[in-house]
Design a protein around this ligand. Structure first.
Ligand code: FAD
Length: 417
């Protein structure tokens, strides 16, 4: 394993960083101002997307991108450091068409869409012309266990009829959101992992209603994390994604690389938090010393550096494993970074907020927003506990081959005496 950035990656890092410095960071205040007065998408978004596309900084997340599709195909390992740079500004990934949940949805459609689904939904998504949502989580059941999902998808003549309620559906309030990938049950009598299917539901289908955009720790996301109801929503059988009963497997396929994208962006957010913390600690004095001269603040800086660098290496290893052996083989590593990094994200932001004093939890720094997103990531794509359980299960299974081998290291007293 060599995780040094290649010349190609260094070239992309420079270009993405320049793009951020020249076109995105200078517009942070304008983005905030427009969104706060209810204007979304912001006025400059389409211009920035066109610019990023023209500069070849587009769809960088999809290694299997075809030559006739827009964008630049990079491996996960090549993409990781670029996602890190994008993660410094929460809305930056959309400029490069690299934002969740569209990335995961594009991956899914890339793998499983029929030619007509591809034409109708994947190509406009790859072009950045439309946005999409992924609707799995439900208010009435514990959705970290996807087998609990109750939304029904029933055949009726040439159609599927969908009934159910979903919530925290990201992008559902985005005015350009045109398509929902909906997970539900087509056969509640089948074996528990074969009951689910996914269907494509256009946003304007009668019976699909977006009820509310749920604030996250009182933070309002204009693209939305919405409660959505499906009442007798009817779509043709041709809108099935993959096969009937394959919904669970499709959900697993979707989340592999998607999870590492979130982690890569979190590293960028944490990196920005440390930079802000270091600046602030050198500017302000208490009790006759700069903040960094107080041992505890110096320790926060040092610990943050250690933890971020550790986490980055684990993300790079995971990306490398997905590239080399596939997401299934990297399942443990994916769960490891997913359990580790949202916690790191919030811990480092929390230290930086503390260093800033009260300003740290105001909208005058990006820290409170970044903290909130890190906290949300402890649920998104599965809560920490589920990932910890996965890691433990894999470890225990692997240990069976050598069960008992550690006995030689134990030196209990002889109790026969
Ligand atoms: C900002 C945001 C955006 C989101 N976007 C989407 C989206 O676009 N589409 C979508 O479908 N969903 C989305 N979600 C929902 C998210 O995926 C779910 O919240 C998550 O899967 C957990 O499901 P739940 O909320 O039903 O928690 P539950 O399943 O009710 O779990 C509650 C708690 O139980 C504990 N727990 C669960 N399993 C175990 C275990 N095995 N061992 C120990 N403890 C356990 C955990 O502490 C967990 O937090 C989003 C969530 C947020 C916050």
């Amino acid at each position: 394993m060599d995780f040094g950035y290649s010349d190609k990656v260094e070239g992309f890092r420079t270009r993405v960083r320049h793009f951020m410095d020249d076109h995105i960071v200078p517009r942070i205040a304008q983005w905030n101002e427009e969104v706060h007065r209810g204007s979304f998408p912001v006025s400059f978004m389409e211009d920035l997307k066109a610019l990023a596309k023209s500069e070849g900084l587009w769809n960088l997340f999809l290694p299997s991108l075809r030559a006739d599709e827009p964008g630049t195909a990079l491996s996960n390992l090549e993409y990781a450091p670029l996602a890190e740079i994008m993660g410094r500004v929460p809305w930056a990934p959309e400029v490069f068409n690299c934002n969740a949940p569209d990335t995961g949805n594009m991956e899914l459609l890339h793998l499983f869409a029929t030619p007509s689904q591809r034409e109708q939904w994947l190509l406009p998504l790859l072009e950045g012309e439309i946005r999409s949502a992924f609707a799995m989580t439900e208010p009435d059941v514990a959705s970290s266990d996807a087998t609990n999902i109750t939304t029904s998808i029933e055949r009726s003549g040439g159609d599927y009829v969908i009934n159910g309620r979903k919530w925290f559906i990201t992008n559902a309030a985005h005015p350009n959101c045109r398509i929902f990938i909906v997970m539900g049950k087509t056969d509640p009598q089948a074996e528990s992992h074969r009951q689910q299917s996914m269907v494509l539901v256009p946003r304007d289908t009668p019976g699909l209603e977006v009820l509310r955009n749920i604030d996250i720790v009182n933070h309002h996301s204009p693209e939305g994390h919405c409660e959505v109801v499906f009442r007798n929503v009817r779509v043709p059988l041709a809108n099935l994604l993959g096969e009937e009963g394959s919904g669970f497997a499709l959900a697993q396929a979707r989340l592999g690389p998607g999870r590492i994208h979130h982690c890569m962006r979190s590293i960028g957010a944490a990196e920005l938090a440390v930079e802000l913390m270091i600046e602030r600690a050198q500017e302000r004095k208490t009790f006759g010393r700069f903040l960094h001269q107080h041992g505890i603040v110096a320790e926060w800086i040092a610990r943050s550096r250690i933890e971020i660098d550790q986490a980055r290496l684990l993300v790079l290893k995971t990306a490398w494993m997905i590239d080399k052996y596939g997401a299934k083989a990297a399942r443990k590593e994916i769960s490891m970074i997913k359990a580790l990094i949202p916690n790191l994200h919030t811990t480092v932001c929390d230290r930086a907020m503390q260093t800033f004093g009260a300003m740290g939890i105001s909208p005058d720094t990006p820290l409170a927003d970044h903290w909130t997103w890190g906290r949300a990531l402890r649920f998104i794509d599965g809560p920490d506990e589920v990932h910890l359980q996965t890691i433990a299960r894999i470890e225990l299974k692997a240990s069976q081959a050598t069960r008992g081998a550690t006995a030689a290291y134990l030196t209990p007293p002889d109790r026969s005496r």
